[in-house]
Design a protein around this ligand. Structure first.
Ligand code: WQD
Length: 326
């Protein structure tokens, strides 16, 4: 689909993070102006090239003021909002912190956008908004019943987008990410050890057998099935969403971002064996609490409305992650 991007500059919150920095780099490659807001808690300044950085915690008391200043200075016309806390386990232990950061931060962002009349927003949402759906392939119209504070903050974020759309004319796209992995560039690799692929790599580095949480699920090989999406494809989906906000006049919309195909934990491990050339033992343990057996995206809507579809599969995801690991 041809790009009709006509932005002055694009403000990217969390632009120094793993996913945000992929979008920053794609936009820079298209010669678009970006400005990054990041508190560098988990973000790395080395990821954003020559983009201006506003070192700011969106939940801070002076955030609205500083955002308004930045929006005016850089003539921002649209925003992509990544900045958030994303560790499910921590969100259960420290719910107040998660609501403060994710909901409080977003409140400040929307307030600053309203004050400056910036009306385009792409919001990083999550498949965690669905909770434990009883279907294997979930569409955007499925019931959202998040099972942890992290997922709840993302669903509230979507409600905030829809409310702002009705109240003052925001145009919003909520992107519900499935399991993101891989690297588009080696220096933008996922440095956090929170999800399956980095956890397996860390175990291998430590000479330990990777763990499979449960091999007795009602799936093809007994392990959990997830929809793994390449971070570079996900980044492209944000550009498609910005384009969509320019050309469509619906108030807001929500899109799954996945491949539509599931891979089991055993399949991921087999791919890691193949790509790395390592033959390692696997430690099958009991189920992890709160894991749905299978969770894949129905991607009909994003294909039809945004013209986006993933180009990479599990092999490219694992290969790029392995190369970036160094
Ligand atoms: C993937 C699969 C595990 C580690 C999480 C969030 C979700 C979203 C994406 C942000 C599961 C299994 C894992 C290990 C294993 N995040 N596993 N051994 O839980 O599907 O989704 O990240 O929006 O909200 O919940 O991702 O990478 O933790 O696990 O067997 O050492 O790998 O059981 O089936 P998950 P994950």
């Amino acid at each position: 689909m041809p790009s009709i991007l006509v932005f002055m500059s694009i403000l990217i919150t969390g632009g120094a993070g793993y996913i945000g920095s992929h979008v920053v780099r794609l936009l820079q490659q298209r010669n678009l102006d970006v400005v990054v807001v990041d508190d560098l808690d988990t973000g790395l300044v080395s990821r954003i090239g020559n983009a201006p950085l506003i070192n700011l915690d969106l939940a801070a008391a002076d955030a609205v003021e500083r955002l308004v200043e930045a929006i005016n200075k850089y003539e921002v016309s649209s925003v992509i909002h990544f900045a958030a806390k994303k560790q499910v386990g921590v969100s259960v232990a420290q719910p107040e912190h998660y609501f403060d950061q994710n909901v409080g931060g977003m409140t400040h962002l929307l307030e600053a956008m309203r004050q400056t009349n910036v009306t385009r927003l792409v919001f990083s949402s999550s498949a965690a908004t669905y909770g434990m759906p009883d279907v294997d392939s979930v569409s955007e119209d499925a019931l959202c019943a998040p099972i942890n504070p992290y997922g709840q903050t993302k669903l509230i974020g979507e409600w905030m987008v829809s409310n702002a759309a009705k109240a003052w004319g925001l145009r919003g796209a909520n992107l519900r990410y499935f399991n993101v992995a891989g690297a588009g560039w080696n220096d933008l690799a996922d440095t956090a050890i929170m999800n399956l692929v980095p956890i397996v790599f860390a175990a291998l580095d430590a000479g330990k057998a990777p763990i499979v949480f449960g091999a007795d699920y009602p799936t093809q090989d007994g392990s959990c099935v997830r929809d793994y999406v390449h971070v570079l494809d996900l980044a492209e989906a944000h550009i498609s969403a910005l384009d969509y906000l320019e050309r469509d006049d619906r108030k807001f919309d929500t899109f799954n971002v996945g491949t539509g195909n599931g891979s089991s934990v055993f399949e991921v491990l087999a791919e890691i064996k193949q790509v790395s050339g390592l033959n390692f033992d696997i430690d099958v343990q009991s189920r992890r609490a709160g894991d749905p057996p299978a969770l894949c995206a129905n991607v009909d809507r994003i294909k039809a409305e945004l013209g986006w579809q993933a180009k990479n599969g599990l092999h490219e995801i694992i290969q790029s992650a392995w190369l970036a690991k160094g």
